[in-house]
Design a protein around this ligand. Structure first.
Ligand code: ADP
Length: 445
């Protein structure tokens, strides 16, 4: 097992990794920018190293500074967390070249799944059902028109290097195609430095359902069931739940088996999530995330498995501590992402939190990086807390969640707590009948 892990991240995920390390008796090293001098992950780590100014490119994305920090403190592994460098294959390779273990999959798998065009080609070979679409990148507008004719409108133009819902544009008909094609290209060039785009059929009313997998180096591959992440705004998840209200045991086994077979065929190592759209009882692969997901705690709640601990154990060469047959689903869990944003305009609201009160009681988990007196910096993602509720069943979970949302106080900055309260009052949330369009097109419009 490792003796010291450097956590190359910030916020709630840095704390999440830190807690798993403590339980495994591993020393922790926090890195931070000057904007995070007073951050909780810095306060709680055994050691910390300031690696640069507030801009992410000069700190949390600064590979040179991170490697230097790891060498300086003698870390034997680096956990990349979520976002930042967690899906950067070059970073994983550089870490390993310095005789430090990268806590994540093999660089070739990160690279392959990071390129969504290559990911789809690989998924097809592995027998995973795909959203109908182009087989490679779309070269020009003539090519785009020809592909759209084959696929059928509406179509979605997507960035090959996409992430966070960026570089994604819908064309309802040929009239919109040119605009969608060029704006997707320029948005992806600006966001990812890569203007390659591909095309998919734009599914009308799917749900977003993803399968959590874990694989060790001894050939044990398991899935931990699915998460339903259909409550989205701008293709970004707002509320997630597990299990999905739309899936029964048989369907769970069906898609779980497809996912585990595919990753074991790949020789994949570690933690991963295969994301699907689900419409009319059919699954369509959209992408694979080769890292920990923000919403992993809901799976932990219903399976009782510490996903981060398993991830660290696998990276250190140990076997998974359970088999597929040991996993059972217990109750229901829902996560609300609480962002420092106005609940109606979604304008970020960084600033000082002078009052923070955490909800409590059975089945209530708060993964947050905030405290009274904490100043939310304007430089990073606006996610400041995750409220994860576990109940005996879905309706019990919703009751507990409503109470927790009543109890939580984060003031005076604006947060999305009120948005969650309102969503929880809807009939659609009560009966779980939403799809990926519901929040934006019906609830918010
Ligand atoms: P990103 O990596 O940018 O998050 P994804 O491919 O994971 O992009 O898709 C994010 C979200 O965008 C999905 O959860 C879904 O809401 C929407 N989406 C993606 N592909 C399609 C599609 N073919 N049809 C309809 N919606 C889609």
């Amino acid at each position: 097992m490792f003796s010291k892990i450097l956590i190359a991240n910030r916020g709630d995920v840095a704390l999440r990794v830190l807690r798993a390390c403590k339980e495994l008796n591993i020393k922790t090293v926090a890195i931070h920018s000057t904007a995070d001098n007073d951050a909780m992950h810095v306060r709680l780590a055994d050691e910390s190293v300031c690696i640069g100014p507030p801009e992410s490119s000069k700190s949390y994305l600064n590979i040179h500074a991170i490697i230097t920090a790891a060498q300086l403190v003698g870390a034997d592994a680096i956990h990349p967390g979520v976002g930042f460098l967690s899906e950067n294959a070059d970073f994983a390779e550089i870490v390993e070249a310095h005789n430090i273990v990268f806590i994540g999959p093999k660089p070739e798998h990160i690279r392959c799944m990071g390129d969504k065009i290559e990911a789809k080609i690989t998924a097809k070979k592995l027998g995973i059902p795909l959203v109908p679409g182009s087989s490679g990148d779309i070269k020009n507008i003539v090519h785009a028109k020809a592909e759209a004719k084959i696929i059928g409108y509406p179509v979605l133009i997507k960035a090959a290097s996409g992430g966070g819902g960026r570089g994604m544009k819908v064309a309802q008909s040929q009239d919109d195609l040119e605009e969608a094609f060029f704006s997707a290209k320029s948005e992806s060039k600006a966001a990812f430095g890569d203007d390659r785009v591909y095309m998919e059929r734009y599914l009308k009313n799917p749900r977003h359902i993803e399968v959590q997998i874990l694989a060790d180096k001894f050939g044990n591959t398991v899935h931990l069931g699915e998460r339903d992440c259909s409550i989205q705004r701008r293709h970004q998840k707002v509320i997630e739940e597990a299990p999905s209200p739309a899936i029964n045991k048989k369907t769970r086994e069906y898609i779980g088996n497809i996912a585990t077979k595919a990753v074991s065929k790949m020789g994949y190592l570690g933690l991963g999530t295969i994301e699907f759209l689900y419409e009319n009882n059919e699954f369509f692969f959209i992408e694979m995330n080769t890292r920990l997901q923000v919403e992993h705690p809901i799976t932990e709640a219903i399976t009782g498995i510490d996903i981060v601990r398993e991830q660290i154990m696998i990276a250190s060469g140990l076997p998974l501590s359970f088999k597929q047959s040991d996993i059972s689903i217990n109750g229901h869990a829902i996560e609300c992402r609480i962002n420092a944003e106005h609940p109606e305009t979604f304008i970020p609201s960084p600033g000082k939190i002078s009052q923070f009160h955490s909800p409590g009681g059975m089945g209530v988990r708060v993964d947050a990086c905030i405290y009274s007196g904490y100043i939310v910096p304007p430089n990073y993602d606006s996610l400041i807390a995750k409220l994860i509720i576990h109940g005996e069943n879905r309706s019990h979970c919703i009751l507990r969640l409503k109470q927790a949302l009543k109890e939580i106080i984060i003031a005076p900055i604006s947060t999305t707590i009120d948005l969650h309260k309102k969503i929880l009052e809807t009939k659609v949330m009560e009966d779980g009948s939403y799809d990926i369009r519901w929040l934006e097109e019906e609830f918010l419009s």
